[in-house]
Design a protein around this ligand. Structure first.
Ligand code: SAM
Length: 485
């Protein structure tokens, strides 16, 4: 039998099947144990300190008990604590990004993904550097500052040199007042040397979804190609951190396996990163399986309903309080609206999931031929920004942290010392003002300017507040951009 050891560097020891099964049994046995549940909820609540808030987080076992509990009053409490934590550490800001698909060439056989090698009716496309320029200009013209690069795994068509060259191209483009200031990267598991190269290229977060933590299912869902290697994939974040990347993003593709199993595995992965590298995941994504070319989600048995999905997200917020939680346009407006109050801190907007989906297409037109999955939330970025503000969230285009060297545990300590109101809050307002000045519709601008004026008054430190006000004046009256704390 393989023993559970969160500090081990071996996949099957830190994501241990036996430990997950025991956790699920423990959760099932205690799902109505109200004294224990109250204790767990109490542990999860943010505690006020002299400088800000701290949160203990929850172990995978504790969080699994909450997830298993079906008592409606408990779910309500989970939801309200999730919101409390989000507000304590991230305030009412929501960070915005867009995906950029570079290439759908792929040598893997992932059975849920339309890019799988055997799919012969999907056209294959890889952007040239010129095409990347056009895509980036289109994204800048929408108002984006932060991208997530996506590419299939193909050592011949998409080698690391191609990804690195593309990152260089993206950072080099400054169209009108626009620029892309943070490039996150979602590419297949690779070597320590390649991760070091990505770090050197100035990436933000390295994102890699585990898809499923259930090894047997993993092997069946990834029958061919390099991704078939469960250990290599599961140990990727350790190699990324060894390569110097200290912001990594986890995620599972919900719908592939039983969600309670995935949830426990995901939290064990977060605990492992904390135990070995001293810093947990920078982000956790919660993608759900979607319809796509050659893919019918109904053929997978483990789809989850919206209510369960909401509960999973809220429980992640309680368990990993300092992580950014990401929800993409795979989800509808209604689902996103609900989740924004349960701990989500980052969303994508105006997204196209096809290769070359931005340049040359109007808001109404979207190419489907090379698309990775159906986009549910098809609103424009302007509509998303306006909707966020109407719901009391500040859309943030801030990218300051990693550019100021606040990555890994330095970012976490910013959260813990409550300095976000003096730092992230003004940064959000300044970048929102850039958006309002350069890209917003009149209606959005009007709502936004009012929000900025009100929110500026919430900056606690007088000196910071005054500098932020001056900078915002400057943004409005000149072409000076990119102020940050
Ligand atoms: N190719 C890279 C890899 O192997 O990790 C990652 C890039 S892939 C474009 C991004 C993610 O899309 C995958 O990790 C997977 O979770 C997700 N995905 C694939 N097929 C999907 C589908 N049908 N519905 C929703 N998400 C899907």
């Amino acid at each position: 039998m393989i023993t559970y050891n969160p500090k081990s560097l071996k996949a099957e020891e830190f994501i241990n099947d036996g430990e997950i099964r025991e956790t699920l049994a423990y959760a099932e046995a205690n799902k109505n144990n109200l004294p224990l549940i109250e204790e767990i909820l109490e542990k999860a609540r943010p505690q006020k300190t002299e400088t800000g808030y701290v949160c203990a987080g929850l172990t995978h076992r504790e969080a699994s008990v909450l997830l298993a509990c079906d008592i409606p009053e408990v779910t309500e409490k989970i939801y309200s604590i999730a919101e409390e934590i989000k507000l304590a550490f991230y305030g009412n800001r929501i960070v915005i990004f867009a995906p950029l698909y570079l290439s759908n060439y792929c040598v893997n056989g992932c059975v849920y993904c339309p890019y799988h090698l055997k799919n012969k009716h999907i056209p294959r496309k890889k952007l040239t550097q010129e095409e990347i320029r056009a895509e980036v200009i289109a994204l800048q013209d929408m108002g984006h500052k932060r991208l997530a690069l996506e590419a299939g795994e193909d050592p011949v068509n998409n080698p690391i040199e191609y990804i690195l060259e593309s990152i260089k191209t993206i950072y080099s483009i400054h169209h009108k007042n626009g620029d892309i200031r943070r490039v996150n990267v979602n590419i297949a598991a690779t070597t320590v040397e390649n991760y070091a190269k990505l770090k050197e290229a100035g990436i933000g977060t390295y994102i890699l979804f585990q898809e499923t933590y259930h090894k047997e299912s993993y092997l069946q869902l990834h029958p061919t190609g390099p991704k078939h290697d469960y250990a290599y994939h599961t140990e990727a974040m350790d190699r990324a951190m060894d390569g110097g990347i200290d912001d990594v993003g986890l995620g599972v593709l919900f719908g592939l396996e039983l969600y309670k199993y995935e949830f426990a595995g995901l939290l064990m992965h977060a605990e492992h990163l904390e135990a070995v590298h001293g810093v947990g995941p920078h982000t956790i994504s919660v993608p759900r399986l979607k319809r796509a070319d050659d893919i019918n989600p109904d053929e997978f048995d483990n789809g989850i309903d919206d209510e369960t999905f909401a509960k999973i997200t809220a429980c992640i917020r309680l368990a990993v309080p300092y992580t950014g939680i990401i929800i993409s346009t795979r989800e509808s407006e209604a689902v996103r609206e609900k989740l924004l109050n349960l701990g989500v801190s980052q969303i994508s907007g105006g997204s196209r999931t096809s290769v070359g989906g931005y340049a040359g297409y109007s808001n109404e037109e979207r190419p489907h031929d090379t698309e990775q999955f159906d986009v549910s939330d098809q609103r424009t970025l302007d509509e998303i920004v306006r909707w966020l503000m109407k719901n009391g969230h500040i859309p943030s285009f801030c990218t300051a942290c990693y550019r100021e060297g606040r990555t890994g545990d330095r970012f976490m300590s910013l959260c813990k010392t409550g300095q976000i109101l003096n730092c992230c809050h003004p940064n959000a307002l300044m970048t929102l003002t850039e958006y309002l000045e350069d890209y917003a519709s009149d209606e959005t601008k009007k709502i936004g300017e009012k929000m900025v004026e009100e929110e500026l008054e919430r900056i606690p430190r007088e000196k910071t507040r005054n500098i932020a006000k001056e900078n915002i004046k400057d943004i409005r009256n000149s072409n000076r951009r990119d102020f940050r704390f």
